[in-house]
Design a protein around this ligand. Structure first.
Ligand code: AHG
Ligand code: MN
Ligand code: MN
Length: 329
């Protein structure tokens, strides 16, 4: 069926423009950055769809700064993001999972407000070889012109994000965005090349008896998490784990439940990265009415970062489910 031309159809582009129209502090325009992200999303989606056919699966043969094997598509997606964002005059700094240091592009000496864009170009990349769900995550903060070096400018608490989002490359390509006033969800209609809005001001369910974590690590979780799991299984909770944070959080936004990546023996501070995984996903979850915590008394978005690639434990999802986990810690 061809998409009907309906006046109520709202595209990502139209949403961004209408937000700016309604909120005219407009030396603060994000529209060029968001359009670069939307183009990146389409370009990465196109590569992923044909990955097996155009020989872009597998490792490149070297490790990134975090000691993880880089896949060809990690590198390709990173290049696409850097190329599309690099041209946008509003971007001062980009920081990526795949680059050791943030890249300084231009300053704000002309008085123009500029931004730092932090991203995980390809999340869940070990799913690529098996045609599983993968994603892109991004976080946008204001560039601090007074910062002495680019690293200082990107080290901002998640509560200072002006926008955050993710793209899920699954059976459909989904773009989920928050500008700090609710969560909007769009799906790419490949026949017209546009992201069409499917959820306006998305609110996630308050509770759902589903948990999502790598249970293989169970024996090295701190006791509280093990006790929670024991309790949840007594309550006949279901377990769902895609192995890609974007895919797991996307499911939880729509269906409810809780996502956990606790400290483990291998990753004593947790595995997930604060600035370009936990913060942006945490902002989306909170904007959708959920909670995003790092520990019993530590909200993820309140953590003051000290390193670009710093890690954090993660407990996020439906309010009641997160509160239950916290009660065991
Ligand atoms: P990335 O592919 O960007 O390195 O991220 C993978 C992350 C995250 O997406 C996922 O939730 C987690 O790693 C899975 O880790 P385990 O394989 O340890 O469960
Ligand atoms: Mn990731
Ligand atoms: Mn990644």
């Amino acid at each position: 069926m061809q998409p009907s031309v309906d006046p109520t159809i709202n595209t990502l582009q139209a949403h961004i423009l209408s937000q700016e129209h309604d909120n005219p502090r407009s030396n603060e325009t994000l529209s060029w950055i968001l359009s670069a992200l939307s183009i990146s999303a389409k370009a990465i989606a196109a590569q992923i769809r044909r990955a097996r056919l155009i020989d872009v699966l597998g490792n490149v043969g070297n490790a990134n700064v975090q000691g993880e094997q880089q896949q060809k598509l990690d590198v390709l997606a990173n290049e696409i993001m850097l190329r599309t964002l690099g041209r946008r005059d509003d971007v001062a700094i980009v920081a990526s999972e795949e680059n050791e240091n943030p890249v300084f592009l231009r300053d704000g000496v002309d008085g123009k407000r500029r931004f730092c864009v932090l991203f995980d170009p390809l999340d869940g990349s070990s799913n690529l070889d098996v045609c599983g769900g993968v994603g892109t995550i991004f976080s946008i903060v204001r560039h601090d012109r007074r910062a002495n070096d680019p690293i200082e400018s990107v080290l901002q608490a998640g509560s200072r994000q002006v926008a955050a989002g993710y793209i899920l490359y699954g059976p459909s390509t989904v773009f989920t965005l928050t500008l700090g006033r609710g969560v909007q969800m769009f799906v790419l209609d490949p026949s017209i090349g546009a992201f069409l809005r499917v959820e306006e001001d998305l609110q996630m369910p308050d509770a759902h008896k589903h948990y999502s974590l790598n249970e293989g690590n169970r024996l090295s979780f701190p006791d509280g998490y093990q006790n929670y799991l024991h309790w949840a299984q007594e309550q006949t909770y279901s377990s769902r784990y895609a192995g890609a944070m974007v895919a797991d959080i996307h499911r939880i936004l729509l269906k409810g439940g809780v996502f956990l990546y606790p400290p483990t023996a291998k990753a004593p501070k947790g595995k997930l990265r604060l600035l370009y995984e936990a913060n942006p996903m945490g902002m989306i979850v909170e904007q959708a009415g959920g909670l995003a915590m790092a520990a019993r008394d530590q909200r993820i978005l309140d953590i003051e970062p000290t390193q670009v690639h710093q890690r954090t434990p993660v407990i996020m999802g439906s309010t009641k489910e997160v509160e239950t986990v916290l009660s065991f810690l």
